[in-house]
Write a protein that binds this ligand. Sequence first.
Ligand SMILES: Cc1cc2nc3c(=O)[nH]c(=O)nc-3n(C[C@H](O)[C@H](O)[C@H](O)COP(=O)(O)OP(=O)(O)OC[C@H]3O[C@@H](n4cnc5c(N)ncnc54)[C@H](O)[C@@H]3O)c2cc1C
Length: 381
Amino acid sequence: MKYDYLVVGAGLFGATFAYEAKKKGKTCLVIDKRDHIAGNIYTKEQSGINVHVYGAHIFHTSDKEIWNYINQFAEFNNYINSPVAVYKDELYNLPFNMNTFSKMWNIKTPEEAKKVIQDQIQELHITEPKNLEEQALSLVGRDVYEKLIKGYTEKQWGRSCTDLPAFIIKRLPLRFTYDNNYFNDRFQGIPMGGYTQIIEKMLDGIDVKTSEDFFAMRDRAETTGDLTKTTLSDGTEVEYEKILFTGQIDEYYDSKFGPLEYRSVRFETEELEEENYQGNAVVNYTEREVPYTRIIEHKHFEFGKQPTTIISREYSSEWKPGVEPYYPVNNDKNNALYEKYAELAKAEKNVLFGGRLGMYKYFDMDKDLRAALDLCAEELA
Ligand SMILES: Cc1cc2nc3c(=O)[nH]c(=O)nc-3n(C[C@H](O)[C@H](O)[C@H](O)COP(=O)(O)OP(=O)(O)OC[C@H]3O[C@@H](n4cnc5c(N)ncnc54)[C@H](O)[C@@H]3O)c2cc1C
C-alpha cells in the first residue's frame, strides 16, 4: 500500500491530523505501538462504566471553535469538575474557595477569609522565598499550605517541598466566591459514552494498525528520494512520503543529546461490589502518608447508576525508559535539551512532529487539538 503520510500515534493529535488529511484527499496509515487507538484519552467500557484508563480526562476549553470541533464526534454531558480533598479526617472543597475557607476556619464572608490568609502570610515574614515551601506559604499562609498543598506536592514530585525550587509555583489561585468548579473555562464536559468513540470516528475509513512500533518499522525501512518503503510486523509492504511523528522526540533521535525527563503515573484499578464508593469522581489525598495522590471513581463522570463501581488509585512515580512518559518536566535543563532536538526536527524535510511527546509540552486536550489543527492548516493547505 502507498500512502501520503505515515502517522505515528493514534492519539488525539495523530487522529485529528489523519481526519483532516483525509478530508483533503490525502491518504494516511496510522500506527500505534499500543494495542488500542486513542492514546492517553483511551476509555474502556467495563461493567457499563467508561474507565479512563490513562487517568481522569475532563474536556474543558474557552476556545469556541475547538469546542464545536470536538462536539462533531461526541455529545458531551454537563459534568463540572469539583474535586474534594481529604486531609486526615477532614474533607475540603477544591479549588481553594469560600467553601474551603469556611470549613477550615468556620467563617462566612470573603473579608473574613482574606483577613485570616493575610494574617498568616504576615506572621511568616517571608520576603524572598528560597524554595517551593516558602513560596507557597507566602502566597496562601500556613493552613492551606499544610493541609492542602504540602503533602500532595511532595507526592507528585517525590521530594520534599523544601527541596523543590520556588518557581514551580508562580501563583496559587484563591477564589473568594462559593464556587467549586475547578476550571474557569467557558465549556466543559465528558463525552457521553467515553473518549474512544471520538478517535474511532476520526479514524473511520483510514487504515490503522495497532501493536505496531515505528522504530521496528524504521529499522526495516529503505528511503529512496521522497519515498520510504518498509514492512509492517505482519510482513505487509507499505510506502509513504511523509511522517507525522507523535511519539517522544528524543527517542526519534536515539536520545543523541541525552534523554528528556518525564514524570509518570501508576494506576491501581479495581471494581467494587458497591454502588457508590466516594460520592465524587475525583478525591485528592493531600497527606504525604497516604501513598496515592487521588482516587478516581469513573462512573461519576457520566452520572452512572450501575450496581458496581470502578475506582483507580493514582500514584505519582519516577520515569525511566520503558515506563509510560506522562508529564514532560519543562524545567530549564529539559527545555534547553528539547530545543536541540527541535532544531534537528526543523531541518527535516519529510518528518513532522506533533503532540505532547513530539513537542515535549504538557497539552490539555483542547491545546493539543488546537496545535494539531494549526499543523493541518500549514501542512495540508
Ligand atoms: C494523567 C493525565 C491526565 C490528563 N487529564 C487531562 C484532562 O483532564 N483534561 C485535558 O484536557 N487533558 C488532560 N490530559 C492531557 C491529554 O491526555 C493530552 O492532551 C492528549 O492525550 C494528547 O494527545 P496526543 O495525541 O498528543 O498524545 P498521546 O495520547 O500520548 O498519543 C501518542 C501516541 O503515540 C504512540 N506512540 C509513541 N511512540 C510510538 C512508536 N514508537 N510507535 C508507535 N506509536 C507510538 C503512543 O502509544 C500514543 O498512543 C491529561 C494527561 C495525563 C497524562
